[in-house]
Design a protein around this ligand. Structure first.
Ligand code: PLP
Length: 376
């Protein structure tokens, strides 16, 4: 048996005709830049994420970058975030000449620790240079937003949620991307709502922020060819928007299938007596996890991964090097030991296949092979 980490063809097979009809319509219209396709998706995502405004951009990375630009983030500013995330979270800060300041994660959810965040802001000088806080809803589970928002309010600092992996995820019945001042989504193909290429979106209830993001994605122009601010070219492709509008209708059923797969893993790993060797994802009571990734924690992670690869089971390490230890950030002055929980997670975590079309037979095969590895 072969089990890939993700099987996008299996999903495409279920919606092929609808997608092809939509794409053909768009080709016939020859309206490739913004227009109705993008507007419709923006309205649908705003509704889905329970916000007033959603603005399509070229990627999740640009959603972060442009949100920070809209907050006038620049040289000398700080943006506080987690080191245990995809590079884009901090990379977008650095691209604006600002400095990412890292705060360690909670060991059970892998999300930024509200206590450490509060301590960080208490001590970070000068405090007026703190431009934003970016909590990341890692793997599809929301960060502990209430204490994060309380800290942010204490210092008057905006919160930009990195919800790239978390569309539809909920915290105390509030939707990812609706809790901070802005939310940033990615439509990278591996996300629960993935396009046929890159894409992203910024969500917000703040009309001014939405307006600025809308201008910044078209070179800061308003009206056309008149530039009050300097932006970039970062529109969401109409073609991607058309595909995503079709896929959004199925998102909840795909996410439900991922959640069922997660439950099934829990059951078979327990039945296989693996509970002692595998730490399964912790889901906080207040959270609705959308399982963009199903990440286990194990000892001998690299050896297990090599073995599973040899058995044609796809896995991935998200992420092997926490951002404070990345070569490009050596100038920030961090060293090993600064963020022990992030460093430990980077050594021990492993993502297993969780996509909606995964069969129970494939999951049984994975459990068998993990059992074989630990009984060897
Ligand atoms: C947490 C996080 N932030 C930001 C991004 C960037 O999104 P994109 O790849 O669409 O630029 C990703 C995408 O992988 C991500 O996982």
């Amino acid at each position: 048996m072969r089990v890939p980490l993700l099987d996008l063809k299996a999903q495409y097979n279920t919606i092929r005709e609808e997608i092809q009809n939509t794409v053909t319509d768009l080709f016939e219209s020859q309206m490739f830049i913004l227009g109705a396709a993008v507007k419709d998706l923006e309205a649908a995502v705003a509704k889905y994420s329970n916000v007033k405004f959603a603005v399509g951009v070229a990627s999740g990375t640009d959603a972060l970058l442009i949100s920070l630009m809209a907050l006038k983030t620049g040289a000398g500013d700080y943006v506080v975030t987690t080191p245990y995330t995809f590079f884009a979270t901090a990379g977008s800060v650095s691209r604006l000449g600002a400095t990412p300041v890292f705060v360690d994660i909670e060991p059970d959810t892998y999300n930024i620790s509200p206590e450490r965040l509060s301590e960080c802001l208490d001590h970070l000088q000068p405090q007026e240079k703190i431009k934003a806080i970016i909590p990341v809803h890692l793997y599809g589970q929301c960060a502990d937003m209430d204490p994060i928002l309380a800290t942010a309010r204490r210092y008057g600092v905006p919160v930009i949620e990195d919800a790239a992996q978390a569309i539809g995820s909920r915290y105390k019945n509030r939707v990812a991307g609706s809790m901070g001042d802005g939310g940033c989504f990615s439509f990278f193909p591996s996300k629960n709502l993935g396009g046929f290429g890159d894409g992203g979106m910024v969500t917000t209830d703040n009309e001014e922020l939405a307006h600025m993001v809308g201008i910044l994605r078209v070179h800061g122009s308003e009206p056309k060819y008149y530039h009050k601010v300097i932006g970039c070219n970062s529109r969401l492709d109409a073609l991607q928007a058309a595909v995503l509008s079709v896929k959004l209708k199925y998102l909840d059923s795909w996410t439900e299938a991922r959640r069922k797969n997660a439950d099934y893993y829990r059951r078979i790993f327990r039945e296989a007596g693996l509970a002692d060797v595998i730490k399964l994802p912790t889901v906080r009571e207040e959270n609705h996890h959308i399982y963009n990734q199903f990440v286990i924690r194990v000892e001998e992670r690299d050896a297990l991964r090599d073995f599973l690869t040899s058995q044609e089971i796809g896995t991935e390490i998200y992420y092997p090097v926490p951002l404070h230890l990345q070569e490009c950030y050596s100038t920030l002055g961090y060293k090993e030991g600064n963020f022990p929980e992030s460093e430990k997670a980077a050594r021990e975590t492993l993502a297993l296949p969780i996509y909606a079309e995964l069969s129970t037979a494939q999951q049984d095969y994975i459990a068998d092979k993990i059992t074989e590895f630990y009984r060897r």
